[in-house]
Design a protein around this ligand. Structure first.
Ligand SMILES: C[S@@+](CC[C@H](N)C(=O)[O-])C[C@H]1O[C@@H](n2cnc3c(N)ncnc32)[C@H](O)[C@@H]1O
Length: 254
């Protein structure tokens, strides 16, 4: 049976969003090293999930794929950006049917995804830094709704403060056939935010074939600020989890 498609929904689904430039370069420049990081930071918690894993801001699917591989539970990949969802869907389409049946992709921000008590582990990887304060405030109650009591939320921490001077980070160049893909990230304070400009290039030997740039904004927050904001929604720090890179909180029964 063919579903009836409402015009209002169709129009909303066609509205454009970010990552249109970065999606092409995201995996080729970052996937390998980030795969290891994701495994180190969240692998143990995901493997212990009994009900479901929620990957908030799934991007191209690093945490989602790891969760499907390391657990036998349902995985919810929440990804509002169409440009990032495209590689995520391509990656999922290569999975065996049994694994594919365990993952649901939600194409909107978590606070609009209407997820209730679907997971006992939630992960925000490389995501909280990019949320404006108002979006963070909308996110916390949505995470609390999506988790069961006793569930855990793991997030890698944003920069605690604004950088004092410009920071430039290069991604190791990657060869793809005759071409070499490269990129760098330039971060600088801009009032209360951090401007994060990604510059990408593709070259053949010394000749640059094309260059692209995309700018994102980041908002600093300390561990204490995030812990306080989450406490208002029923989260408490997980005992014994003092990894400086990750904030691990548990949803207390309320
Ligand atoms: C920097 S990317 C990181 C993607 C992925 N977690 C990774 O590390 O490869 C942040 C992602 O969060 C998504 N995002 C932004 N706001 C969101 C929200 N409110 N709910 C869910 N995802 C969101 C963006 O669309 C983007 O794909």
């Amino acid at each position: 049976m063919q579903p009836v498609i409402s015009r209002a929904r169709l129009d909303r689904a066609q509205s454009d969003d970010g990552y249109t430039v970065s999606a092409e370069f995201y995996d080729i420049l970052q996937a390998r090293q980030d795969e290891t990081r994701v495994r180190d930071l969240y692998g143990r918690d995901v493997a212990g999930a009994c009900l479901g894993v929620l990957d908030i801001g799934a991007g191209t699917g690093r945490v989602t794929m790891m969760s499907l591989a390391r657990s036998g539970v349902r995985v919810h990949a929440v990804e509002p950006a169409r440009a990032m969802r495209a590689p995520l869907m391509t990656r999922l389409s290569a999975l065996p049917a049994a694994r594919l049946a365990r993952v649901t992709v939600h194409p909107r921000p978590l606070d609009e995804a209407e997820l209730r008590k679907v997971a006992d582990v939630a992960v925000c990887h490389n995501m909280i830094a990019c949320l404006a304060p108002a979006d963070r405030r909308a996110l916390w109650p949505a995470v609390a709704r999506a988790l069961v009591p006793g569930g855990s939320l793991l997030l890698d921490l944003p920069p605690a403060r604004l950088p004092r001077r410009e920071i430039v980070r290069f991604y190791p160049e990657q060869r793809v056939g005759a071409h070499v893909y490269g990129g760098r990230l330039i971060m600088a304070a801009d009032r209360s935010r951090i401007r994060a400009r990604f510059e990408y290039w593709v070259r053949e030997r010394q000749r640059v074939l094309r260059e692209h740039t995309e700018t994102f904004w980041m908002w600093p927050a300390s561990r204490a600020e995030l812990t306080g904001a989450l406490a208002e929604h029923g989260f408490a720090p997980m005992p014994g989890r003092d990894d400086p890179a990750v904030l691990a909180m548990t949803l207390t029964a309320r």
